[in-house]
Design a protein around this ligand. Structure first.
Ligand SMILES: C[S@@+](CC[C@H](N)C(=O)[O-])C[C@H]1O[C@@H](n2cnc3c(N)ncnc32)[C@H](O)[C@@H]1O
Length: 274
C-alpha cells in the first residue's frame, strides 16, 4: 500500500494537471483550497526562500511571485516532469516530503497544500517541515478536513466514525486515492510536539464568485468543511528531538500512532471531490 498514491500520480499526471487547471473539475482546489492557502501565505513569500512540499505539477510554485527562491518536492517523477516544464527557474527535488534530504534551516516558508492527509502519521512530515525552516519560519498547509473526511457533503450524510483513525479510499476522476483520517486534536497536538505554534486555522468556504463555475460543488462546499488550512510558526528555540516519541509533551500519547492500528481494522469509502 506504501506506494499506492505515488503509482496513481505517476500514471495519471497529465490527467491530474488538466483537471487541476480546469475551473470546473479543479473547482475544489482553485476556489476552496487555494484562496485559504493564499490568504495564509500573504506576506510570507515575497523575498523569502519558499519550499513547496507535495508540489505536484508545480501550479502553486508558479504563484509564489517575488520569492527569493522556489523549491518544489514531490515523490512522483511524472508530476515533477510537468512542474519543471512550467517553472524553469524553480528547483525541483524527487523525494518523500518527510525525508527530503535538503539542508536544515534553509527555508523561510514551507507550503504543503493538500498533502498531509496522505500521511498515516503526521509526525514525520511536520518534523521535516520544522527541520527545514529557519527559527521563526512559517509552515502553511492544507488537508482534508477531519469532519469532511467522514461526511458525504453532497448527500449530507455522516459516512464514518470520527474517532477511529482509519485509512479511507476516495476517487479523483479516474484516480483511486488512499488517505488517512486525523482528528483536529491529532493535527494540533502533532504541530505542538514538532515545535510549531499555530497562528491561524481556516475552514475554507468557496469564493462567492465561483458559484457560476460549478453550482453543485459550490452548494456542497458551502454546507460542510472540505479542507482545513493552517499557518504555524516554528518556535524560535527548537529542538531536533521534538518529533521523536517521548519528547515535548512526552507524557501525551502520540495522537497519530493509532492510525496504523485502526487502518488494519477497517476502511470506509468517501465520495471523491477533488
Ligand atoms: C493533491 S496533490 C497537490 C499538489 C499541489 N500541492 C497543489 O496544490 O496543486 C498532492 C501531491 O502530493 C504528492 N505526494 C503525496 N504523498 C507524497 C509524499 N509522501 N512525498 C512527496 N510528495 C507526495 C503527490 O505526488 C501529489 O503531487
Amino acid at each position: 500500500m506504501k506506494c499506492h498514491n505515488r503509482a496513481q500520480y505517476d500514471a495519471h499526471a497529465e490527467f491530474y494537471h488538466r483537471k487541476r487547471r480546469s475551473k470546473t473539475s479543479g473547482y475544489w482546489n482553485e476556489f476552496v483550497d487555494w484562496p485559504a492557502v493564499r490568504a495564509l501565505l500573504r506576506g510570507e513569500t515575497r523575498g523569502r526562500r519558499v519550499l513547496d512540499l507535495g508540489c505536484g505539477t508545480g501550479i502553486l510554485c508558479g504563484r509564489f511571485r517575488g520569492a527569493a527562491s522556489v523549491t518544489g518536492v514531490d515523490n512522483s517523477a511524472a508530476m515533477l516532469a510537468i512542474a519543471r516544464r512550467g517553472n524553469p527557474s524553480a528547483r525541483f527535488v524527487l523525494a518523500d516530503a518527510a525525508r527530503t534530504g535538503l539542508a536544515s534551516g534553509d527555508f523561510d516558508t514551507v507550503c504543503a497544500a493538500l498533502l498531509p492527509h496522505y500521511f498515516r502519521d503526521l509526525r514525520p512530515l511536520f518534523t521535516e517541515a520544522a527541520r527545514l525552516l529557519r527559527p521563526g519560519g512559517v509552515f502553511v498547509f492544507s488537508m482534508h478536513h477531519p469532519f469532511g473526511e467522514i461526511t458525504d457533503c453532497k448527500r449530507g450524510r455522516i459516512t464514518g466514525p470520527y474517532f477511529s483513525r482509519i485509512r479511507y479510499m476516495w476517487n479523483m476522476g479516474e484516480m483511486k486515492m488512499a488517505s488517512y483520517h486525523h482528528t483536529m486534536e491529532d493535527i494540533a497536538q502533532t504541530l505542538h510536539r514538532c515545535g510549531f505554534a499555530v497562528e491561524q486555522l481556516l475552514e475554507p468556504r468557496p469564493l462567492p464568485s465561483s458559484r457560476r463555475h460549478d453550482p453543485k460543488s459550490y452548494a456542497a462546499a458551502s454546507r460542510y468543511p472540505s479542507f482545513c488550512a493552517v499557518k504555524a510558526r516554528k518556535i524560535p528555540v527548537w529542538n531536533a528531538d521534538w518529533g521523536k516519541p517521548g519528547t515535548r509533551a512526552g507524557n501525551c500519547r502520540n495522537p497519530s500512532a493509532s492510525a496504523g492500528r485502526a487502518a488494519k481494522t477497517g476502511a470506509f469509502s468517501r465520495r471523491g471531490h477533488i
